[in-house]
Design a protein around this ligand. Sequence first.
Ligand code: NOJ
Length: 530
Amino acid sequence: MPEATWWKHGIVYQVYPRSFQDSGGDGIGDLEGIRERLDYLVWLGVDAVWISPVFPSPMADFGYDVADYCDIDPIFGTLEDFDRLIQEAHAKGLKLILDFVPNHTSDQHPWFQESRSSRTNPKRSWYIWRDPGPDGSPPNNWISNFGGPAWEWDEATGQYYYHAFLKEQPDLNWRNAEVRKAMYDALRFWLERGVDGFRVDVIWHLIKDAEFRDNPPNPAYQASQAEINCYLQVHSADQPEVHEVVSEMRSVLEEYPDRVLIGEIYLPLERLVAYYGKDLSGAHVPFNFQLIQTAWNAQKIAALINEYEAALPAGGWPNWVLGNHDQPRIGARVGPQQARVAAMLLLTLRGTPTMYYGDEVGIGKVEIQPEAAQDPWEKNEPGLGLGRDPERTPMHWDGSDQGGFTSGKPWLPLDPRFRSSHVEGLQDDPTSILMLYRRLILLRRRHPALSVGGYTQITAEGNVLAYERQHGPERFLVAMNMGSEPHALSRPAGTRERVVLSTLHDRGEEPIGAQITLRANEGLIISLGT
Ligand code: NOJ
């Protein structure tokens, strides 16, 4: 694939390290476990592995509360384990992407300990401290993403500190040049060790309104929603000055060859694409979560693809994400039949796809009993369905007790269906979702048309979405029935077309006539000849 760098044609696979493979028997996944499973990832055919945070952490938010940016938490292993992992991943042709959490540290980070020790401590201004209102109230109306006020009172020094997430996750002050320097040095620490890039946590949060103005009320707020939605996040995030920080991070990565900067950004499309930066000096990959957020029907998804393609800046490379550790799994959202169609969509759209571990074995809706809940968001705002435990359950490797994930007690229960749906068994079943993923990945790797090729929408009729991908003389039609009724598509007369792959697996290389009938929940890749 000469004209595209690895992160353009490659497939990113997200590992939630607590849940991938436990090597030590404590019920929590670790780096050594990931290393043991590298051959599986090579077999599956992905190109890059992104690992959610593995740095020392009190685990108030399962690693998104970092207490040291330049080490590994003992739960996950040691720096030596990390070095071994990256060396072996590279030897097997896999890239390794780390999760960088710059918006906030843990309240146990030495920087915060110093910052809170006195108002005159040199690190005071590394965090966001404000005086109370005249009546002792918080400085403004900002709400934490996990519920409750975003300001925590510090009795000892008589000020509030700001935390966009848990009170154990104080926000760093990115307007402070010393903070920036320290954080860029942390990036360099891992770049020197060979990491191929970073997924940057809540990158759009880094800069807040300089005057800390109140956020305006959200007229569409409903009590069934998370409390953060009471207000529109106009002043607490996505400030114009953030783009300077993003491009500085990008410059740090550019001190090293061929690294990728991925930004986690939940914003409407027109705001999202600004994170490519002026003259593409921002994130290489501002994560596009629209497939997660859009209703699952052909019309809506067709419109979304058009809108996204149109919004991209010239030269901005697209990307698509189907799931992550914060969002209900695709299998839970659309059910097992459409999950197969979703795999085809993800792996045939133009741009870099990001897969989420376990989707390829069809993990669906998992019920977590209240007493088993782990996620702090679920604990803070119970009963609203906000908890993220269901999408974080352990990987299904085999049919043994605990699915081959651990010899101990898993930190979260496995989806009980693991006994009939696990890697070992699915590898032997050519019609399984796992083998569908693998075939799609192989096809995508073999045919540049499906990865870096052009995209042309053909039709969105009924619940069928069809588009063409082309590269040089190669052309494919991808047609997906997102509904449960059969649907006939007319094809131009006299063309020589044949089926390459059906999500239902039983068509062989069927030639296509004047019309093709997609069965319920069927997706097809059709070769339009070379
Ligand atoms: C986004 C991460 O993906 C999520 O898991 C975390 O809780 C928040 N950022 C805070 O770091």
